[in-house]
Design a protein around this ligand. Structure first.
Ligand code: CU
Length: 187
């Protein structure tokens, strides 16, 4: 009878505990496995984050440090004609370029285009003396570049917007009419 009482007593106790014990175990188990899962996830994500960070660093490096693609644009005159050579260039957004504006004429010339300058980011403009020594490095937005007779200017840009046949020209009176204009396509 006492055993039955104990059994009867222990039964409700067991019933009372049994939902609680598995519940506690389950919740602990869930917490533990969630923790494990998070640890695993962190372990997986860390290399991914490192990869992303390194590729972000590389991308930033491309724009600020890596050698830009050099494009030489000759500004000149031949007879009563004036020209940009080449008169069309192709660029890509997100890539760094060094536009070398080389004036081979005895007169000054300009390189400008309202639409063009809106589609590029200017990193800097470099001016060197004829021996190649740096005279000035100019940073900030640039709307046009004028190059003195037989001088060259290096315009470091990163195109940021696409455009087909964006017009550029020399805005010195009469020069466009003489043929000093061109186009830029940004892909
Ligand atoms: Cu000109």
């Amino acid at each position: 009878m006492a055993a039955a009482m104990e059994a009867e007593q222990s039964e409700p106790v067991d019933l009372g505990q049994s939902p609680r014990v598995p519940f506690d175990l389950r919740s602990q188990g869930q917490r533990r496995s969630k923790g494990d899962w998070q640890m695993k996830r962190i372990a997986i994500l860390l290399p991914v984050a490192a990869l992303l960070l390194s590729s972000a660093a590389q991308a930033a490096g491309d724009l600020s440090r890596a050698d830009p693609t050099e494009i030489v644009i000759e500004m000149g005159a031949s007879g009563d004609k004036m020209y940009f050579k080449p008169d069309h260039i192709e660029l890509e957004t997100g890539k760094a370029y060094k536009l070398v504006l080389r004036n081979v004429d005895e007169a000054k010339h300009e390189f400008e285009g309202h639409e063009f300058i809106e589609k590029i980011f200017t990193r800097k403009v470099e001016i060197t003396d004829p021996s190649g020594e740096l005279v000035a490095e100019i940073k900030g937005p640039v709307t046009e570049v004028e190059v003195g007779p037989n001088r060259r200017v290096e315009w470091f840009i990163v195109p940021v917007q696409t455009g087909e046949n964006i017009p550029v020209e020399c805005a010195i009176p009469g020069h466009r009419e003489a043929g000093m204009f061109g186009t830029v396509t940004i892909k």
